[in-house]
Design a protein around this ligand. Structure first.
Ligand code: G3P
Length: 224
């Protein structure tokens, strides 16, 4: 990877035990310190209930929610509002992750609600076709992740054609959308390959959250 290319690394903490509650804030802080030292571009996607504490401890880290709903203030029980995550300090959200799929009509509406309130949106797609469909909704980012590779040891970058097609397809619909890929990403080689194939970065989880030493895993991921 050339020196001037800085991949965006979006780390989804999911609901992993060592990345939940107090441990989420500790991991976020440790990774942010490493990102600062090495000049890496890091975003952490946290459970809604952990955003406030992460931002309290690491105010400069960019934190996204893992999901929000389209509802705003009012008589809506059990929903996560854009207003709530903004209040907690988030500046964006993942939407339509393979582990939290939403109907495309609702996705389009939620992207609009989020962006109207100033949130950035990473919309996830499980295929090139879905990436094309959701590009029309105008998210800031599209992250393409083959569901069958999520959480495993085979990286999405072993499917270069999928990546090339995703980038091409999304950019054909809207050149302004940033394209990420994810699933099974663990190494510097994976990240380099994703960049070589013209993505802007990666979305990952277990390569860091399940590592014995997440900071070391992060350093290896960014080639340090
Ligand atoms: O959101 C990231 C994700 O689904 C990929 O997970 O564990 O394969 O890096 P993982």
């Amino acid at each position: 990877m050339s020196e001037d290319i800085s991949p965006l690394i979006v780390l989804n903490l999911k609901t992993y035990e060592n990345a939940t509650g107090k441990k989420a804030a500790i991991m976020a802080n440790d990774l942010w310190e490493a990102a600062e030292v090495y000049g890496a571009d890091l975003v952490v996607a946290a459970q809604a209930t952990d955003i406030n504490e992460i931002k309290r401890q690491v105010p400069e880290l960019t934190v996204y929610a893992q999901h929000i709903d389209s509802y705003g203030y009012g008589a809506h029980t059990g929903h996560i509002t854009a207003e709530a995550i903004i209040g907690a300090g988030a500046s964006g959200t993942l939407l339509n992750h393979s582990e939290k799929k939403i109907d495309h009509g609702i996705l389009a509406e939620t992207i609009k609600v989020a962006q109207d309130r100033g949130l950035e949106v990473i919309a996830c797609a499980d295929s090139v076709l879905e990436a094309e469909q959701i590009a029309d909704f105008g998210p800031n980012y599209i992250a393409v992740e083959p569901p069958e590779l999520i959480g495993g040891d085979v990286s999405v970058t072993t499917r270069p054609q999928l990546i090339v097609d995703s980038v091409e397809t999304v950019r054909k619909v809207d050149e302004g959308i940033t394209v990420l890929v994810g699933a099974g990403v663990k190494t510097y080689e994976d990240v380099s390959k994703a960049m070589e194939l013209k993505t802007d970065g990666v979305l990952l989880a277990s390569g860091i959250t399940k590592a014995e030493d997440p900071v070391e895993a992060f350093k290896r991921l960014i080639g340090r």
